[in-house]
Design a binder for this molecule. Structure first.
Ligand code: SF4
Length: 205
């Protein structure tokens, strides 16, 4: 697939997005649960945006992220949340983070309320005083992002807006079926290090 046009469009989108100090202020707002949005949930990312960030990583970094993703997925306890693999004390791809991350915490009240409903139990407010986008600005930015995706895929039948970890598995050549085989290996009490090295061998990284 040719991503050259969508790469340019993503750059335009991010330049047009509001600049915030949201993550820096997060500690003051959410205290010990600072950065909970990055550590307890996965951003929803379009294919165009995922490609835009993934191609900036060299192979070693892609392998590192892939292994972290697999490891987190395989070792996640029932009462734990799956965080973003790009978080390591801070966002490691901050300048090229997806739109959803850029708008998080500064969405219009209507959108924030909707998110609150969807994340019952884990939601804590991220109110950044003086920083918010209007519903109109929000619609323009998300509308443009969705148009990039439609332009890219030339189809809207299949949803290419998926969670970060799913993009990473696909980029590494893994189907969900292939991932289930790794889970079976863990259930057979095979050490996680061995399962990770098997996963890497099977991957196309
Ligand atoms: S991409 Fe960055 S900002 Fe977005 S969830 Fe991951 S670590 Fe957080």
């Amino acid at each position: 697939m040719d991503y050259s046009k969508s790469d340019v469009q993503c750059k335009i989108l991010y330049e047009a997005s509001p600049k915030t100090t949201g993550c820096d202020k997060c500690g003051q707002i959410n205290g010990v649960r600072k950065h909970w949005c990055c550590t307890e949930q996965q951003p929803v990312v379009t294919l165009a945006e995922f490609h835009y960030l993934w191609k900036t990583l060299d192979r070693d970094r892609q392998i590192e992220i892939f292994k972290k993703t697999i490891s987190d997925l395989l070792t996640l306890a029932e009462d734990e949340f799956l965080g973003c693999p790009f978080y390591n004390g801070h966002c490691s791809i901050y300048d090229i983070r997806p739109l959803e991350c850029r708008l998080f915490g500064i969405e219009p009240a209507k959108v924030k309320e909707l998110r609150k409903e969807k994340t019952v139990g884990s939601y804590e407010p991220c109110d950044i005083p003086g920083k918010t986008v209007t519903l109109k600005q929000y619609s323009i930015l998300t509308g443009y992002r969705n148009r990039i995706e439609t332009d890219l895929t030339r189809r809207v039948l299949e949803d290419t807006t998926i969670y970060m970890f799913q993009h990473i598995l696909v980029a590494a050549g893994f189907s969900m079926e292939g991932f289930k085989e790794l889970r079976d290996r863990v259930d057979e009490d095979i050490p996680i290090e061995q399962v990770l090295s098997e996963a890497l061998e099977k991957s196309k990284l």
